[in-house]
Design a protein around this ligand. Structure first.
Ligand SMILES: [Zn+2]
Ligand SMILES: [Zn+2]
Length: 135
């Protein structure tokens, strides 16, 4: 365990794992998330700026939730994030359907190109010096 400063409130806390956010802020963040989610459900036509203002949450935080696919915007809504590849507006995740499909295709091409998979050679335990017993 180590003591670190919370990335939000700079208070020191006992850090175990995950994001460097103290328990207080994690709870506050979860509340914000629920508020934003509810607001988006009730105000489908609002922009990301409006949501940020109304819910008192940074736009950056909202975009982060969208990228994590925790938040998804309704069909035809004005808000979304840009595809990380082509910049097209998407409602959830990191890439648009087109880019996702293109990436899947190129992945399949690689897999189908018939390259033999390089498998790591299994080491014979006898060859490992660590396994030798002192006689
Ligand atoms: Zn904090
Ligand atoms: Zn795209």
């Amino acid at each position: 365990m180590e003591v670190v400063a919370c990335s939000r409130c700079r208070r020191l806390f006992n850090y175990i794992s995950g994001p460097k956010t103290c328990p207080n802020c994690l709870e506050a963040q979860e509340e914000e998330f629920q508020k934003v989610k509810k607001y988006i459900q009730e105000n489908k036509g609002s922009t990301i700026g409006q949501v940020a203002e109304e819910c008192d949450v940074s736009e950056k935080q909202i975009r982060e939730w969208v990228r994590q696919e925790r938040l998804e915007f309704a069909e035809g809504s004005n808000i979304g994030v840009n595809c990380e590849k082509c910049g097209q507006m998407i409602r959830s995740g990191r890439f648009c359907d087109k880019c996702k499909a293109a990436m899947t295709n190129s992945l399949n091409e690689v897999l189908e190109s018939g390259k033999p998979k390089v498998e790591p050679k299994k080491k014979d335990p006898k060859d490992s010096p660590k396994m030798r017993f002192l006689s």
